[in-house]
Design a protein around this ligand. Structure first.
Ligand code: GLC
Length: 541
C-alpha cells in the first residue's frame, strides 16, 4: 500500500450488541465477536470498527459511557476485548474502537460528583451546568434542543433539596455534555486514548466529533433554524463545528503519531453537520485521518446528486491530502435496501450502490448485515424498541432499532444461530431464513457472494484498492445515457451504474469483471445494462 493502511481500507462496522452472542443471554458480546471474526476475514475487509462496549447503563445503546476504561459485563471483560484485538490482528484485521468524547453517562463518577459538589465547583466545571432563565431560574438557560427530542437541558435538584442548576445534554438526559474548554477534560481523554492504544488498537471512531466545543456564551439558536435529529445536515448551529474543536484533534494527532509507526494509528470523525471544506478540515494533515461521508450516504439513488457529491468529495479531500471515504450504512440510519425503495427493487439498488462505492478511490465503510442485503425491520413492536429517538419522540420517530436487529447466521428460524438463547434482544423476521450467512454462502448469486467478489477484485485489480493512490477517476460522458454514472480508473478499469430506471445500452468497455445483476452483450457493439444495475469491466490497458 502507498502510505498508511487506512488510505484505501475497507472497514467493517460491528455493532457488538447485534453481531453474535457468545454467552447465551440473547445479547451480542465480545466473545461472540471473537467467534465470528473469520466471517469478516472471509468477506475481505481490512479492519473492524467496534461500536462502544464500555461500561454503560445503556440509555443510548452504549453511547452513554460510565467507565471508558472497562468493558460492560453485558459484553464481556477487558480480557475478552484483548482477545478480540489479538485475534483480529492474527487474521490480518486492524481494529478501530469507538470513543465518545462529547458526553459521558449520568452514572459516570465525574457526573455523580458534579451533582454532589454544588454550583461553582471544579466538579461541575467539567460539564456544562448553568443557572436557568426567568423567575426562579425555572426556564432552560437557552433554546437548544436535544437530538433526541425536547430541550437539551435538564434541571437538577441541589444536594440541599432545592431546585437547582441545569445541565446540557445534546442527546439524552442520561448523556451530560462535557466542557471541552476545561483542561482536565482534555487531559482525561488523552489518557483514555492511551489506555486503548496501549492495548493495541489501531484507531478510534470519534463520536459526534464536531460537537465537543460549544460557542462561547452558549447563545440561543436564531428562530426558524432547524435543530434536532431531522436538522442534522446543513445549518450552522452554536453547538456544532466550532473552530476551537480542531485544537482537540491536533493534540490527538500528536498522540496517535507518537505510537510506533506514525502512519499506523488513526482517528475517524463522525460529524453529521459540516460539509465540503468544513468537513475536510477535520482531516487536515495534523488532525484526524478520515471523516465519514454523510453527504454521500444521504445522496439517495439519484445520478446527478451522487455525481455532485463524488466530485465535491474528491476535490475537497485533495485539498487536505486525506483519502476520500464512502459509506452507505451504519447503526444510525435506515438500511439501504429499504432506503432505496425496499423489496427486490431496493435490493437491486443496494447491490448496485455497493459496487459504485467500492469502485471509488479511497476508503469505504460497511455496516454488518449490509453484505447480506438485510432490510430495515420496520414492524418491531413498540414495547421492544429501545432507541431514545423512538422513546423520547413518543413513537413519532421510528428510531434506529430497525437497523440494529441481530445478524442471522444460520438455520431456519430465529434467532438464526445469533444466540443459543431462544430469543435475540430484538426479534428477527422469520423471512430472514433465506438471508442467513449459511444460506448465502451456498448461492453464487447471493448478496454475500457479490460483496466477497467485489472485495476480492478490489484487492487484486491494480486500479482499485491498493492501486495508485491518486484518488482520481475520469467520468465517461460519450455514448453514455443521462442517468448513468460511468467512470474509468487507471490502469484499465471501468465502472458503470444505471440509475435511469430502465435498461440502457452502454459501450462494451472490456472484459466484465463483476455485475450486481445480469448484463447482456448485444450485437457485439453495445451492452445492455438493466435498470438499477452496476458493472465493473477490465479494459485491459
Ligand atoms: C452518534 C452515534 C449514535 C449516538 C450519538 C450520541 O451519532 O453514532 O448512535 O446515539 O452519537 O452518542
Amino acid at each position: 500500500m502507498a502510505r498508511g493502511w487506512w488510505r484505501d481500507a475497507v472497514l467493517y462496522q460491528i455493532y457488538v450488541r447485534s453481531f453474535a452472542d457468545g454467552n447465551g443471554d440473547g445479547v451480542g458480546d465480545l466473545p461472540g465477536v471473537l467467534d465470528r471474526l473469520p466471517h469478516v476475514r472471509d468477506l475481505g475487509a481490512d479492519a473492524i470498527w467496534l461500536n462502544p462496549f464500555y461500561r454503560s447503563p445503556m440509555a443510548d445503546g452504549g453511547y452513554d459511557v460510565a467507565d471508558p476504561r472497562d468493558v460492560d459485563p453485558l459484553f464481556g471483560t477487558l480480557d475478552d476485548a484483548d482477545r478480540v484485538f489479538e485475534r483480529a490482528h492474527d487474521l490480518g484485521l486492524k481494529v478501530v474502537v469507538d470513543i465518545v468524547p462529547n458526553h459521558t453517562s449520568h452514572r459516570h463518577t465525574w457526573f455523580v460528583a458534579a451533582l454532589a459538589a454544588g454550583p461553582g465547583s471544579a466538579q461541575r466545571a467539567r460539564f456544562l451546568f448553568r443557572d436557568g432563565r426567568g423567575p426562579g431560574g425555572a426556564e432552560p438557560p437557552n433554546n437548544w434542543l436535544s437530538q433526541f427530542g425536547g430541550p437539551a437541558w435538564t434541571r437538577i435538584t441541589e444536594p440541599d433539596g432545592s431546585p437547582g442548576q441545569w445541565y446540557l445534554h445534546l442527546y439524552a438526559p442520561e448523556q451530560p455534555d462535557l466542557n471541552w474548554r476545561n483542561l482536565e477534560v482534555r487531559c482525561e481523554y488523552l489518557s483514555i486514548l492511551r489506555f486503548w492504544l496501549d492495548r493495541g488498537v489501531d484507531g478510534f471512531r470519534v463520536d459526534v466529533a464536531h460537537g465537543l466545543v460549544k460557542a462561547l456564551g452558549l447563545p440561543d439558536v436564531p428562530a426558524g433554524v432547524p435543530q434536532g435529529w431531522e436538522g442534522r445536515l446543513g445549518h450552522p448551529l452554536p453547538y456544532w463545528d466550532q473552530p476551537e474543536v480542531h485544537d482537540v484533534y491536533r493534540t490527538w494527532r500528536r498522540l496517535l503519531d507518537s505510537y510506533a509507526d506514525p502512519d499506523a494509528r488513526i482517528g475517524v470523525a463522525e460529524a453529521w453537520g459540516p460539509q465540503g471544506d468544513r468537513l475536510a478540515a477535520y482531516t487536515r494533515p495534523d488532525e484526524l485521518h478520515q471523516a465519514f461521508n454523510f453527504p454521500y450516504l444521504t445522496a439517495g439513488w439519484d445520478a446527478a446528486r451522487l455525481r455532485a457529491v463524488i466530485d465535491d468529495t474528491l476535490a475537497t479531500a485533495a485539498t487536505v491530502d486525506a483519502p476520500p471515504t464512502w459509506v452507505l450504512s451504519n447503526h444510525d440510519v435506515v438500511r439501504p435496501v429499504t432506503r432505496f425503495g425496499g423489496g427486490r427493487g431496493g435490493l437491486d439498488r443496494a447491490r448496485a450502490a455497493v459496487l459504485l462505492e467500492l469502485a471509488l478511490p479511497g476508503s469505504a465503510y460497511l455496516y454488518q448485515g449490509e453484505e447480506l442485503g438485510l432490510p430495515e425491520v420496520e414492524d418491531l413492536p413498540a414495547e421492544l424498541r429501545e432507541d431514545p429517538v423512538f422513546v423520547r419522540s413518543g413513537g413519532a420517530l421510528p428510531g434506529r432499532d430497525g437497523c440494529r436487529v441481530p445478524i442471522p447466521w444460520a438455520g431456519q428460524s430465529p434467532p438464526f444461530a445469533f444466540s443459543t438463547h431462544s430469543r435475540a434482544w430484538l426479534p428477527q423476521p422469520e423471512a430472514w431464513a433465506g438471508l442467513t450467512v449459511e444460506a448465502q454462502r451456498r448461492e453464487a448469486a447471493s448478496t454475500l457472494a457479490l460483496y466477497r467478489a467485489a472485495l476480492r477484485i478490489r484487492r487484486e485489480h491494480p486500479a482499485l484498492g491498493s492501486g495508485p493512490a491518486t484518488h482520481r477517476l475520469d467520468w465517461h460522458e460519450q455514448g453514455v445515457p443521462a442517468g448513468v454514472l460511468a467512470f474509468a480508473r487507471e490502469p484499465g478499469f471501468v465502472c458503470a451504474v444505471n440509475l435511469t430506471g430502465g435498461a440502457v445500452r452502454v459501450p462494451p468497455y472490456g472484459a466484465l469483471l463483476l455485475s450486481s445483476g445480469p448484463v447482456d452483450p448485444v450485437d457485439g457493439d453495445r451492452v445492455v445494462l438493466p435498470a438499477d444495475t452496476a458493472a465493473w469491466w477490465s479494459t485491459g490497458g
